[in-house]
Write a protein that binds this ligand. Structure first.
Ligand code: ADP
Ligand code: TYD
Length: 213
């Protein structure tokens, strides 16, 4: 069993994913792990089309957006220069800010979720996260954080949509609870409390993997 983990952080916009990715990475590095942090949508050419859609510069149907995320995710995994698969093979623990559960929740809000899950089957086959960490914040709180910190509010960042997305996350977790390792943590707590709760869960996995090694 490998000791380097593949960790996916999930949550609605403004839930604290990128903040927690940084804190988790610092803890792992201080323990001697090699860590690679990454995110979706990626900064590849496909990711850049997606960001232009999110910012309202390109108009696109939700189904097309779902398809673009499938392609962006496969490149995220398989890219020969900095793909996740390569990083895992090199012994890095990879922390990604969003992975396929984001697609299930965000696109499942606008179309049949099973289609989205099936369309992402190749990614799940290539690499399933050792843990999907869902940082659960109230959509009202996340909208407040976004309004305080952002000059542009993006396509999916309305209170009503984030409420629907949060519900879809729970629907997806229920659907896939047998195949996926899912940890739900309260994101309405302070930065340090959220970070400690995530760390306790990661430590459990690390200890388990050590005892199998
Ligand atoms: P995401 O990556 O999920 O969009 P961020 O990590 O960028 O979220 O956090 C969004 C904003 O909320 C940032 O300004 C961040 O400092 C703040 N924030 C994150 N976590 C917390 C928390 N637990 N309590 C209060 N503010 C937070
Ligand atoms: P992101 O930059 O992570 O936004 P934030 O930091 O605010 O959480 O993601 C941009 C948007 O892309 C976000 O609204 C969620 C959406 N998204 C999807 O719709 N499908 C996906 O598969 C992913 C990964 C993201």
């Amino acid at each position: 069993m490998r000791e380097n983990l593949f960790i996916a952080l999930e949550g609605i916009d403004g839930s604290g994913k990128s903040t927690q990715a940084k804190l988790l990475s610092q803890r792992l590095i201080s323990m001697g792990h090699k860590v690679y942090t990454t995110f979706e949508p990626t900064d590849s050419p496909i990711g850049s089309i997606i960001r232009n859609i999110m910012k309202g510069r390109i108009n696109c149907d939700h189904k097309t957006i779902a398809g673009l995320f499938v392609a962006d995710r496969l490149d995220h995994l398989l890219n020969e220069v900095n793909g996740i698969v390569k990083k895992i093979e090199e012994g890095y623990t990879v922390i990604t800010d969003r992975y396929y559960f984001s697609s299930y929740a965000y696109h499942g809000t606008h179309m049949n979720m099973d289609w989205v899950i099936n369309a992402n089957a190749m990614s799940a086959e290539i690499l399933r996260p050792d843990i999907n960490i869902f940082i659960d914040v109230l959509p009202e709180t996340s909208m407040e954080r976004l309004n305080n910190n952002r000059s542009i509010i993006e396509l999916y960042e309305t209170l009503e949509n984030l409420q629907n997305v949060r519900e879809k996350y729970f629907e997806a977790f229920d659907k896939l609870k047998l195949e996926e390792n899912i940890f739900i943590t309260n994101g309405n707590l302070s930065l340090d409390e959220v970070s400690n709760n995530i760390w306790n869960e990661i430590e459990k996995i690390l200890k388990r993997e050590k005892s199998y090694a």
